[in-house]
Design a protein around this ligand. Structure first.
Ligand code: URA
Length: 240
């Protein structure tokens, strides 16, 4: 890899800015100052420093966003704020959300530029579990729980796949559940609840593929995934 590309990938600046840093003699490779920006290096083994700070190569980035209601899950939108506006200062090129949450849905949204991981997590064949907390209007009978668990008709050609329902509370005509599904159909949770004569008044994704929304992450904030979290998400794909 060329030195200037390496430094750009590391978010040190634009191509012309990093070329200027290199010319100034602020960049070293394996302890030697390098002043030609097309110097070829081995990004995984050579030690590159900028102003004596070691730069460890990273071109794939992984973030957990606590999506608030009111922003759309898109990379660009001419009218609305998007989830990507909340990561405008996050390192990483070509970041995008893995899947989508409705504008009024809150909770865990993964953002990355790792197309392979995104593809695997979204593949219908992988059955990646996603758990939602839902506040609903209606009365959730045992029969309705069974329907959700076995598969309901939401107007598609196939019933929904088996889901897991945890009833948290039922008071008068409102109830709270945690619903775990392994598909990602459009408005799936809302349509599943509508299919049993209820309606969702609040929806939050609390986990995806075993990764839980960090309770310390305020709404609208993001943080990088740690190495174990990234490893676990990748493993999930290998074993399915
Ligand atoms: N199901 C929905 O209905 N909405 C979401 O945002 C996610 C799952």
């Amino acid at each position: 890899m060329r030195l200037d590309k390496f430094l750009c990938d590391m978010q040190l600046g634009t191509r012309s800015q990093v070329k200027a840093y290199i010319k100034k003699g602020t960049v070293s490779v394996n302890g030697t100052v390098v002043k030609n920006f097309d110097f070829k290096l081995d990004e995984n083994n050579d030690i590159v420093t900028y102003l004596d700070k070691v730069l460890t190569y990273q071109n794939l980035y992984y973030y957990m966003l606590h999506k608030p209601a009111g922003v759309v899950t898109a990379t660009k939108d001419t009218q609305e704020s998007t989830v990507m506006d909340l990561l405008s200062d996050a390192p990483g090129k070509n970041l995008f959300p893995i899947g989508r949450l409705d504008k009024d849905t809150e909770g865990l949204l993964l953002i990355t530029n790792d197309g392979e991981l995104a593809h695997n997590l979204l593949s219908p064949k992988k059955h990646v579990p996603k758990t939602y907390f839902a506040a609903c209007m209606g009365i959730l009978t045992l029969q309705k729980i069974k329907l959700l668990e076995n598969g309901v008709d939401i107007g598609d050609t196939e019933l929904t796949h088996p889901a897991h329902v945890k009833l948290l509370s039922q008071e008068a005509d409102t109830y709270h559940i945690e619903l775990t599904i392994t598909e990602g159909r459009f408005h799936q949770v809302k349509r599943m609840i509508a299919a049993i004569d209820g309606s969702v008044t609040y929806l939050k994704r609390i986990s995806m593929g075993g990764l839980c929304l960090d309770a310390a992450l305020p709404k609208g904030a993001y943080r990088p995934l740690n190495e174990k979290e990234i490893y676990d998400l990748k493993q999930l794909n290998n074993t399915r």
